[in-house]
Design a protein around this ligand. Structure first.
Ligand SMILES: C[S@@+](CC[C@H](N)C(=O)[O-])C[C@H]1O[C@@H](n2cnc3c(N)ncnc32)[C@H](O)[C@@H]1O
Length: 286
């Protein structure tokens, strides 16, 4: 996949016991997209909460150490996480850090990632109810360990995971529905996720369509993901985008990756999608 070849590989910092190295490198590269996707996810979660009048179960895929949960449940920023975690606190101190903060108890997080150490950290500091370690591209999701979710989110990980990961999740939803004898699109989750502009969405779109979902690119202005790690990454990215007829002026040309924000819901609830999409623009921070 040419898109993945242009990007720097960070596998070694995804799999440490503590998030320090991950946060340090992300700070260096100004990876701040979770601060930008936070208000978008929260606006959707709030609408779901108002509609369903119950706690919202969020599945965060490619969740790593639980950054989305830390930001959304505890109203933190990436820079708050840096200030605390770059001092290399123990697991006990990390747990206490979150315990003493006010939390949004309308959200329950479940995480899926290929990195067991990152998931274990998140579970140990109570950023998630459960972390499922699976290769989303190849593995099967355990039916009994995940609840029926209201919302599936993903920040910064499309590309590592693609249409096979989404098929995997849709198959899980199908099994959950058939076990519960449930055929109610109101109970199927909304999806919301960021995708770097270099990635081709054709197969992912086909997958959503196949499973009865409408997937739309929201009107939110492309979101800055992170700085290019070097000139080679910049040049390769820009030439890939330009070869695909995508204009990089005012965006990647300035030295940063940019991502689009997508949302999806069952086709039968397309009106919900339109309302959510409009609301997102009000909440976008650029
Ligand atoms: C760029 S990080 C994003 C982490 C987090 N969402 C954030 O914004 O801080 C990508 C994550 O995807 C995970 N990942 C990569 N390939 C995967 C796969 N095949 N299945 C599940 N997770 C995967 C990595 O372990 C890593 O935690």
């Amino acid at each position: 996949m040419r898109e993945l070849e242009v990007k720097k590989d960070f596998t070694n910092i995804y799999t440490r016991k503590f998030p320090n190295s991950y946060l340090k490198e992300m700070k260096r590269l100004e990876y701040r997209i979770p601060d930008k996707t936070k208000p978008l996810y929260l606006s959707i979660a709030k609408q779901l909460y108002n509609k369903l009048s119950k706690k919202i179960s969020v599945i965060d895929i490619g969740s790593s150490y639980g950054i989305n949960s830390a930001l959304m449940k505890y109203d933190l920023t990436m820079s708050d996480l840096d200030d605390f975690f770059l001092k290399e606190p123990s697991i006990e101190q990390s747990k206490q850090f979150f315990e003493q903060l006010p939390s949004d108890d309308s959200l329950d997080f479940y995480q899926i990632d290929i990195s067991q150490p990152a998931l274990r950290f998140s579970e140990n500091v109570n950023l998630c109810k459960k972390g499922i370690c699976v290769n989303l591209e190849t593995g099967n999701l355990p039916l009994r360990e995940l609840p029926k979710s209201d919302m599936v989110i993903a920040t910064g990980c499309i590309g590592y995971i693609g249409y096979k990961a989404f098929s995997n999740i849709f198959e899980l939803i199908k099994k959950q529905n058939s076990e519960e004898n449930l055929e109610n699109p109101n109970r199927d989750p909304v999806f919301a996720f960021s995708v770097l502009r270099i990635f081709d969405m054709t197969e992912i779109k086909k997958t959503f369509d196949h499973y009865g979902y409408s997937l739309v690119k929201s009107d939110v202005h492309p979101i800055r993901q992170r700085r290019f790690s070097d000139l080679e990454e910049k040049h390769k990215t820009i030439s890939l985008l330009n070869d695909n007829g995508i204009d990089t002026k005012w965006l990647e040309d300035d030295g940063y990756f940019y991502a689009d924000f997508y949302i999806a819901s069952p086709k039968k609830l397309e009106n919900q999608l339109v309302i959510m999409s409009k609301d997102l623009k009000r909440h976008a921070r650029n």
